[in-house]
Write a protein that binds this ligand. Structure first.
Ligand SMILES: [Zn+2]
Length: 379
């Protein structure tokens, strides 16, 4: 992987990652296709919405279809007919959040599959192997994801493991056409965050993920931790904030030097009828939109907003037509990609902070009014 830092506006960065399956210009949002497909969005739609790279998940793909299938097809790009870059999450987060009977030791983690209860073991080596079989453009190391609420002592102990596992992964990674990213952890303590960021970024990874944030803590806490972590990040490597897809937090992260982000939020919200607009979020299932002939977001130039009304999409949601979810998903992905494109342009013009201020002023202005309307509390 080759990495270029093109331009900075304050700490916000415009960079390019040259990956095996194509270039990715940042700041970038990466839609999540856990099982090799983005929910309610065909590959064509994902690309048309402006996606440069998609995420897949090593944990889920390892359990099903399994490595034999992926191997026989020659990797996920061929199996799923994806021709754009893929980043695979190591599955650390999923092992700790979805599996039962999780037992972690210094060498790895043993767990029962949430699918059929079978016993599996992930080690740093195994997770590298899985991702080399998948053949993603960017692989992530196995890390221990502590649930929020752990004290400083438990966090410190867990960090030692994460650092040791990172060293192991580096040692065992062989694919030259695949970038390998380390992951910094450290819970919600400044000291442990500093230790982890220093340790992980001192290793020769191609880039660095920031893990363990956006796991249920407050907005202020996430930002506080980013303020501690980001100044310690090396300038010449990409920085990936894992699990963030809220427009407001995305801009806060970019302002502090984050390059890449992913999240299930925009696609999950869409399936529940919640869509992003330039004036904040709205829920199209609310009765106030039944007779509304304006598009989801009057300022959006996506295909859905160019062709269909809120009233029609409201009706489709009411009738549980899957087209409703497809429309909302496409629009939400498009909205975030457009936001990232505007952000990149603002950075190129050296105007990031003005851009952020203008966007947030509008995006947060109508939210309260809109939500009240939807709840029928305001006339
Ligand atoms: Zn749209």
């Amino acid at each position: 992987m080759r990495f270029e830092l093109l331009k900075k506006s304050g700490e916000a960065r415009n960079t390019i990652l040259h990956l095996t399956h194509g270039d990715v210009e940042t700041p970038v949002f990466m839609p999540v296709g856990t099982n090799g497909a983005v929910k309610m969005c065909t590959h064509d739609c994902v690309k048309k919405a402006g996606s440069q790279i998609v995420l897949a998940n090593a944990f889920h793909l390892y359990l099903r279809p399994g490595l034999d299938v992926l191997n026989s097809f020659g990797g996920l790009h061929k199996f799923a007919s994806w021709d754009i870059p893929i980043l695979t999450d190591s599955g650390g987060f999923q092992v700790f959040s979805l599996s039962k009977h999780v037992k972690v030791d210094d060498e790895g983690v043993t767990f029962r599959s949430p699918l059929d209860g079978s016993i599996h073991r992930f080690t740093p080596q195994k997770v590298v192997e899985i991702q080399e079989t998948i053949g993603s453009d960017i692989a992530m190391v196995l890390d221990e994801c502590l649930a929020p609420g752990n004290d400083a002592k438990a966090t410190e102990k867990s960090l030692k493991r994460t650092t040791k596992w990172a060293e192991k992964a580096l040692e065992l990674h062989t694919r030259q056409d695949q970038a390998l990213f380390g992951i910094t952890q450290g819970g919600f303590f400044k000291d442990t965050r500093i230790v982890s960021t220093r340790e992980i970024t001192s290793m020769p990874f191609d880039g660095f993920g920031i893990g363990g944030l956006s796991v249920g803590e407050t907005f202020e806490k996430t930002v506080e931790m980013l303020d501690v972590i980001m100044p310690l990040m090396p300038e010449n490597k990409p920085r990936y904030l894992m699990g963030v897809g809220d427009p407001v937090l995305m801009l806060e992260a970019i302002e502090r030097g984050v390059d890449m982000m992913d999240c299930v939020l925009p696609t999950r919200l869409a399936r529940h009828g919640a869509v992003f607009t330039s004036h904040g979020r709205l829920n199209i299932k609310s009765a106030v939109y039944a007779l509304d002939d304006s598009p989801l977001d009057p300022e959006c130039d996506c295909e859905v907003c160019q062709n269909y009304s809120r009233g029609y999409i409201h009706h489709l949601f009411k009738k549980k037509e899957s087209t409703a979810m497809m429309f909302a998903t496409y629009h939400n992905i498009y909205f975030l990609h457009k936001l990232m494109e505007k952000t990149r342009n603002a950075i190129k013009n050296g105007e990031f902070s003005e851009f952020k201020k203008d966007f947030l002023k509008k995006f947060t202005s109508n939210n309260v009014k809109q939500m009240a309307l939807e709840r029928g509390e305001s006339k």
